[in-house]
Ligand binder design. Structure first.
Ligand SMILES: Nc1ncnc2c1ncn2[C@@H]1O[C@H](COP(=O)(O)OP(=O)(O)OP(=O)(O)O)[C@@H](O)[C@H]1O
Length: 290
């Protein structure tokens, strides 16, 4: 008997789906939030927030100051317990998960914090290796190689020995991204990845996030105030207002949404620029930004 019968073309087994090739809006759900309610003391901060994040998509969370973006992000990271509601990350309910299960889920996501959150006493290489120390038993040499591969991805090769105080704002953001992806996460969370950077450096960070997503197929959740950045990188935008989701939709739909609260948020930058007399004067005189 032929131990390996040849399959006819009709019998060819189906290929497993390629997550990177899936439709960003119809693919597997990697984060599922339902009716999330949270309080600080007596004050209700999030009001029945529901949203999904799909495999391979970039979801940008926007909203005015105090609208609840950081609170929502902290919930997704399992750092806060809600008053009620469900938060499932990669199929696990993180509110009811044990600490050991939470650690297992956290291995599968990376976080790039707003200020970089680099340890000032460690050099760049050590900072980027940190998650490997925390979550793996790899030998130091392997960790160094893995960290350097990610430093190359974010254009920080050769800066192993620099201390955080010696890095520019853009380098700190890139270092934070390198550390966040050093474990090849399924989900990357970025808190204000381009805030405080000049426009060219900020645009580089946006390109980097897009390239990382395209290369790995990971999902990315970004909290940002930067409108240009949101429009450039988002597949979908979730607009929060006073703890409620006003809309969660593709960029073009959000821009065309007639809701005045959404339009106020989207037009904020233009209004701010119009009201800035110094910027106006600089435009007239052709002087560069200080
Ligand atoms: N630890 C806390 N204790 C009490 N109230 C808090 C706490 N953290 C945040 N808040 C309040 O909760 C609300 C939502 O805050 P949050 O930081 O989530 O908003 P945000 O949209 O991220 O704002 P920003 O863009 O200014 O960072 C705000 O009114 C804030 O004052």
């Amino acid at each position: 008997m032929d131990p390996m019968p040849h399959a006819s073309p009709e019998e060819t087994p189906p290929r497993p789906p390629d997550p990177a090739a899936r439709d960003a809006h119809g693919g597997e759900v990697v984060i599922r939030v339902r009716d999330l309610v949270t309080h600080y003391g007596d004050r209700q901060i999030l009001k029945n927030v529901s949203l999904d994040v799909h495999a391979g998509e970039i979801l940008v969370i926007m909203g005015g100051s105090g609208s609840g973006k950081s609170t929502l992000l902290n919930h997704l990271l399992g750092l806060l317990r809600p008053t009620s509601g469900v938060i499932e990350v990669l199929g696990k309910d993180i509110n009811t998960s044990k600490e050991s299960e939470l650690t297992e889920i956290r291995r599968k996501f990376g976080v790039a914090f707003q200020g970089g959150a680099l340890f000032s006493s460690m050099n760049l290489l050590e900072n980027i290796m940190l998650p490997l120390y925390e979550h793996t038993d790899l030998d130091r040499r392997t960790m160094e190689i893995m960290a350097r591969m990610k430093m190359e991805v974010v254009s920080l090769s050769g800066f192993d020995d620099l201390m955080p105080a010696e890095l520019s704002g853009g380098m700190i953001k890139r270092a934070a991204l390198a550390r966040a992806i050093v474990m090849d996460p399924r989900i990357l969370f970025c808190d204000e990845p381009s805030a405080g950077l000049d426009p060219v450096v900020a645009a580089n960070i946006d390109d980097l996030i897009l390239d990382l997503r395209d290369a790995t197929g990971m999902s990315v959740v970004v909290v940002t105030h930067e409108l240009e950045s949101a429009f450039k990188i988002a597949d979908r935008i979730c607009v929060l207002d006073k703890g409620k989701v006003l809309t969660i939709a593709p960029v073009d739909e959000v821009r065309a949404n007639p809701d005045q609260r959404i339009q106020n948020l989207l037009n904020r930058r233009t209004e701010e620029e119009e009201l800035d007399p110094e910027a106006y004067l600089r435009r007239l005189t052709g002087e560069k930004e200080p």
